[in-house]
Design a protein around this ligand. Structure first.
Ligand code: ZN
Length: 138
């Protein structure tokens, strides 16, 4: 069995962002030389997510509004976590949107459903964050 590991680094200008990282994962898959197996992609930070959904800007604005209803950023004082930090909402948003995705690799390609794309969800940006890609197979 072969195994390949790569770490992506993100540093967004905004507190929140939704970034299509599918091309970066496809690039890692090509470098791995693996054609049958599994590809794990996970956020390495507890205020960011990796998730699969549609690459459609309206939907991303809907995610933003929905997450702000469930876990509003402000007022910061509403959260027990915000003693030294102001990012309790980001931890909650990350929990809702998930930590990782696993995609099957078939014939050297990510075996997606029709509109599936991989996204990095940033909920407390303006600093360096990492995403792990781990690919195993043959
Ligand atoms: Zn925190």
């Amino acid at each position: 069995m072969k195994s390949y590991r790569e770490v992506l680094v993100f540093h967004t200008d905004s507190r929140r962002a939704y970034i299509n990282i599918t091309p970066k994962v496809e690039s890692a898959l090509a470098k791995s030389g693996i054609t049958e197996g599994l590809c794990l992609v996970n956020a390495m930070n507890i205020t960011a997510s990796v998730f699969i959904n549609d690459d459609e800007s309206g939907l991303h604005r809907d995610f933003e509004r929905w997450l702000e209803k469930l876990a509003p950023e402000k007022p910061y004082s509403q959260y027990d976590h915000n003693g030294y930090e102001d990012n309790a909402d980001a931890h909650l948003k990350r929990t809702i949107m998930g930590r990782e995705v696993v995609v099957a690799i078939t014939s050297g390609r990510l075996d997606f459903g029709t509109w599936e794309r991989i996204f990095y969800g940033e909920f407390d940006g303006r600093r360096e964050k990492r995403v792990l890609i781990k690919i195993i197979g043959e």
